[in-house]
Design a protein around this ligand. Sequence first.
Ligand code: NAD
Length: 484
Amino acid sequence: MVSRVIPVDGFDLVIFGGTGDLARRKILPGLFRRFCAGQMPEDARIIGAARSEMDDAAFRDTVAEAIREFGGAHRADKAQVDAFLERVGYEHVDAMGETGWETLKGRLRDGVIRAFYFSVAPSLFGALAERLRSFGLADDDSRVVVEKPFGKDLETAKKLNATLAEHFDETQIYRIDHYLGKETVQNLMAVRFGNMLFEPLWNAQYVDHIQITVAETVSVAGRGSYYDKSGAMRDMVQNHLMQLLCLIAMEPPARFSPDAVRDEKLKVIRALDPVDHHQIVRGQYDADDTQPGYRTHVDDLRSTTESFVALKCHISNWRWAGTPFYLRTGKMLRSRTSEIAVVFKDAPHSIFGPEAGTHRNVLSIRLQPNEGMTLGVTIKEPGPGGMRLVDVPLDMSFAEALGPDAEEVPDAYERLIMDVIRGNQTLFMRGDEVEAAWAWTDPIIAGWKRRGDVPKPYDPGSSGPEDALMLMHRDGRKWREIKS
Ligand code: NAD
């Protein structure tokens, strides 16, 4: 594959929370990989800004360490690492006070793009936005990147939007959902809107149902106090799963532009019906022989927060009326799998007789592992023995399709940060989208509280609670396997 990397314009990127976990694992190694790919111009500068007191040299040491651990194939090339580190600096800044702001301002250059990444607790977003303006670091062309969680309900999300809006225009605000930066997610749009093949079938007439699964094997150990206040519904469904649902269900936008795409996503969220509480299953993982259960991990033996949720929902519009969407996500499940499955209806009549069985086409879109797509088609089993039908996959794995060049495909954070510098908001959530998603989620969470709902226990390494299987079984359907 010929490299098609297009360098971005010169920039100053300030990472508030530059010493934090996210910066160390994702943002800084991601920037390094873009540097190695030739996407960063000579005049790119990255400035870590955080509470710890350290100088440029000490911060560069931490960045070098992060690159060694998470930087990918080029991390061993010392010359490249050194060249990248030359572009990196640090400023000790207090988001809540006066410390560091004037000197940070002194580091910023005129004539290049200014972007400010808020990789800090959301409680600091307002203080940062306010100081960026009052100390004169940001102007009307600057961009701010905000991390999840974006609020914990509609009210807090509205407040956060209002606070940011006091200092920045919506066109300057980049709300990150890293699921939107995944190669497959963009490919989903290419497959839907770049081919004639699928779109005519992409509706209630031909699609039986759609499943979205985001399964994780990790527990909440180490982040229990944060997670227990949130739970799977707020942490995963309100943002990542809803975003995937929008991309799968939206109407074709008139063009591939930020607002055209986000207008269509917003319409999907607004067309979602409220969810009946019988159509939701919450779960909480138990202990097993090797480790404690959820309640021990969050240090609250009476916690009723869910580490798993499965639900069935409907989109009330012409395209999808009557087609159920099943969503499921959880911690400590059998394997780390993210998949969207579009399950088409049975052929209306089988000319092969009942012994051929029923066969359904399934388009499976894998976000991890092995990003790619598979279309299950029915063919005749080769060889003698009459007309026996068998399902075979038409497989498109990106790693295989790209061969050795797969390493060069930017990961979600890399792509999204470069989009910030390019000023492209297509893959970022707009304020009204986030609010609409909370408006749909809030009554579900409020209902649990009102009814004193207690999550069902499930075994670590399983597919979640038995009731989640029943959610589909009683509709005569079944979940796709979470493969180990
Ligand atoms: P962290 O606790 O590891 O780091 C927090 C950073 O904020 C540190 O650099 C700290 O110095 C800085 N900070 C704290 N108070 C400050 C102040 N008053 N002034 C200036 N800097 C201050 O947090 P993290 O895990 O890196 O997460 C950062 C943000 O990203 C959070 O909003 C989190 O929800 C979000 N996020 C994190 C992850 C992840 O994998 N870590 C994933 C998704 C979203």
